[in-house]
Design a protein around this ligand. Structure first.
Ligand code: NAD
Length: 253
């Protein structure tokens, strides 16, 4: 039987680790050719090896999503190599440090906003013209539960992820009649290197956070990747402008 994404091309930022890597593996398993992009060369190349070992087709492109010119080059290289761009998975992000608003370091504010929010804007801005030209496509932006509700001590992260939800909705409206769907996923704490680094700072934090999640567990990168895979698929053909929580029930409370 044909795989559902046979002939499709996906570009995934931040695919050298965590959710991005799991998404690269999931889309490739369904037949998509994947461009794995990351600022971290070793991580990106490891993801390519994992995809290839599983029988998929992947190619690494180094790019810093906070640099618009690098993002343009990344998208051009994707289309140059594989001839099209069907799925733009704009996932690269950082957490930033923990501090009250009045004490939040200015350089860190700009860094978090530059990667998490401007980075997603630069990606969409580069990806959409190709999707328009080929007559369709799907964008999935990786926001967070912190894009739907406030996370104390993480103003830059919260603002950036709310911004991603807003950007997703604006673009969804603009391209709704162009066969381009734009959605966001909003995971709660998911066990990836980003979150493990937080737990190392305070070992009691892990248990405290778990208790705040109705299902009393963290999500896995594979669970987020499955939602992204579904949003890319024709099963989600009437869904655009949505911010989908993957949160063990936390947003229901
Ligand atoms: N893990 C969670 O609990 C969680 C929850 C909600 C949302 N998210 C979001 O999911 C996305 C992926 O996070 P993750 O948990 O897999 O983290 P991760 O740290 O495992 O992976 C993030 C990847 O992004 C890359 N990256 C960082 N800055 C970059 C830049 N400027 N340009 C290109 N690549 C860059 C890193 O090198 C890394 O490979 C992020 O946007 C994050 O905010 C994560």
């Amino acid at each position: 039987m044909d795989k559902q994404f046979e002939g499709k091309v996906a570009l995934i930022t931040g695919a050298g680790s965590g959710i991005g890597r799991a998404t690269a593996l999931a889309l490739a398993a369904d037949g998509a050719k994947v461009v794995v992009s990351d600022i971290n060369v070793a991580g990106g190349e490891e993801t390519v090896s994992l995809v290839t070992a599983a029988g998929g087709d992947a190619h690494f492109v180094k790019a810093d999503v906070a640099a618009a010119a690098e993002v343009d080059a990344m998208v051009q290289e994707t289309v140059g190599r594989y001839g099209r761009l069907d799925f733009g998975i704009n996932n690269a992000g950082i957490s930033g440090g923990w501090a009250r608003v009045s004490e939040y370091p200015l350089d860190e504010w700009h860094q978090v906003l530059g990667i998490n929010l401007s980075g997603v804007f630069y990606c969409m801005r580069s990806q959409l013209p190709y999707m328009l030209e080929q007559g369709g496509g799907v964008i999935v932006n990786v926001s967070s539960v912190a894009g739907l509700t406030g996370l104390a001590m993480a103003a830059a992260y919260t603002a950036s992820k709310h911004g991603v939800v807003g950007l997703t909705k604006a673009a969804a409206l603009e391209y709704a009649r162009k066969n381009i769907r734009v959605n966001a996923v909003c995971p709660v704490f998911t066990k990836t290197p980003m979150v493990e680094a937080m737990f190392e700072l305070d070992p009691t934090f892990e248990e405290k956070l778990k208790r705040s999640i109705p299902m009393r567990r963290y999500g896995t990168p594979e669970e987020v990747a499955d939602a992204i895979r579904w949003l890319c698929s024709d099963a989600a053909s009437f869904m655009t402008g949505h911010a989908l929580p993957l949160d063990g029930g936390i947003m229901a409370g």
